[in-house]
Design a protein around this ligand. Sequence first.
Ligand SMILES: CC(C)(COP(=O)(O)OP(=O)(O)OC[C@H]1O[C@@H](n2cnc3c(N)ncnc32)[C@H](O)[C@@H]1OP(=O)(O)O)[C@@H](O)C(=O)NCCC(=O)NCCS
Length: 158
Amino acid sequence: MAEFVVRPAAAADARAMAEAFAAVAEERDGIASEPPVDVGERAALFARGTAGSVVAVAGDQVIGMIHVEVSRFGFGEFGMFVDRGWRGRGVGSALVQAAIGWARGQGLHKLCLEVFAHNTAAIALYRKCGFAEEGRRVKQYRRASGELWDSIVMGLLL
Ligand SMILES: CC(C)(COP(=O)(O)OP(=O)(O)OC[C@H]1O[C@@H](n2cnc3c(N)ncnc32)[C@H](O)[C@@H]1OP(=O)(O)O)[C@@H](O)C(=O)NCCC(=O)NCCS
């Protein structure tokens, strides 16, 4: 199994992060964004806001990331993905643990997230990391297909 490292994101990672994000969006399954992703715009967004972002890197490839958006009210909300070819090898777990450590270091009292109700892999990952299901948002997300998808809200007190 190839090695990977998890570290805070730097502005220089932004393009690779955006490309990896666009590839996951193409799956139209786990993350809310769908194609087309403007990679340049997304890279600029990532470059501006590296605080709270952690990347998983293998060689010079960004294979996953997590971003914690800090609210004014003491909690952080995160989104994440792992490159399709790297799933099931502990990258997601390492990213969530890094985000929990970062959030604690920031003095946040809680981390939360929203996950599509069908996303059993992600829900299992979050449960394994101690997150509890707090509710369901019914037909919350309108997809490009016109389908309306439910999401589950999960949280972890730090
Ligand atoms: C969800 C995701 C981040 C998980 O990342 P990962 O690197 O595969 O996760 P890990 O290898 O660390 O697995 C952690 C746990 O998740 C669960 N899990 C992972 N893949 C699973 C699968 N296909 N089915 C069921 N559970 C699964 C297991 O509980 C696993 O723990 P275990 O290895 O001790 O059994 C990854 O599948 C992904 O990026 N998916 C597409 C984007 C996405 O859905 N992002 C989350 C949006 S909320």
